[in-house]
Design a protein around this ligand. Sequence first.
Ligand code: 5GP
Ligand code: ZN
Length: 114
Amino acid sequence: MDNCLFCKMVAGDIPADVVYENDDVLAFRDINPQAPVHILIIPKKHVATLNDVVEEDAMLMGKLFLAAKEIAEAEGVADEGYRTVVNCGASAGQSVFHVHMHVLAGRPLQWPPG
Ligand code: 5GP
Ligand code: ZN
């Protein structure tokens, strides 16, 4: 999609520190990390928010979780624990409108989040 930051990363037009990729998803380090491990996992297909996910995306969205598991293992945090977060909409703090899963780890994480 034109004018979407994350679509431009999928296209290779904007550089990304990629840690994981397959036919369906791309994962890269967050430019403003909130924890020692802070990775974003995105579907290569443009979907703006969780509100825009449809039934045919079910498998694709599941692949974000499978990628999270693989990444946690590769980053060495699978056993100590990690958090996955999908912000949906402005009040939740979504700032990039291409759906993405945050993977956060490497420090104690507070609950509930702010
Ligand atoms: P949101 O706030 O939408 O849930 O998360 C968007 C995330 O994208 C933020 O954590 C922000 O730091 C990250 N981000 C924004 N611009 C860029 C960029 O150009 N490169 C990378 N790697 N991350 C970005
Ligand atoms: Zn996009």
